[in-house]
Unconditional design. Structure first.
Length: 77
């Protein structure tokens, strides 16, 4: 039988995993980009997208597809 002192690290790990799962469970919606001619607006949007991807740990091979889904009108061409 495991003593309470030996069980403590396991409890701590379980709590950390639950906390990590809770952090990644909330949704963040990436706004659509319609292809306006203002480069600053595009850079701002791209910066926000990169921050979301970093926070949610989106793999590199999924990022392009996800960005493509958020492009509309002239930007999607």
């Amino acid at each position: 039988m495991i003593s309470s002192n030996e069980d403590e690290p396991l409890r701590r790990i379980r709590m950390e995993l639950r906390f990590e799962a809770n952090i990644n469970d909330f949704r963040v919606k990436i706004s659509k980009f319609k292809g306006k001619l203002d480069p600053d607006e595009f850079l701002e949007w791209m910066y926000m997208v990169e921050r979301v991807f970093e926070y949610k740990n989106v793999p590199d091979d999924k990022r392009v597809k996800l960005v493509a889904l958020r492009l509309e009108k002239h930007a999607s061409l």
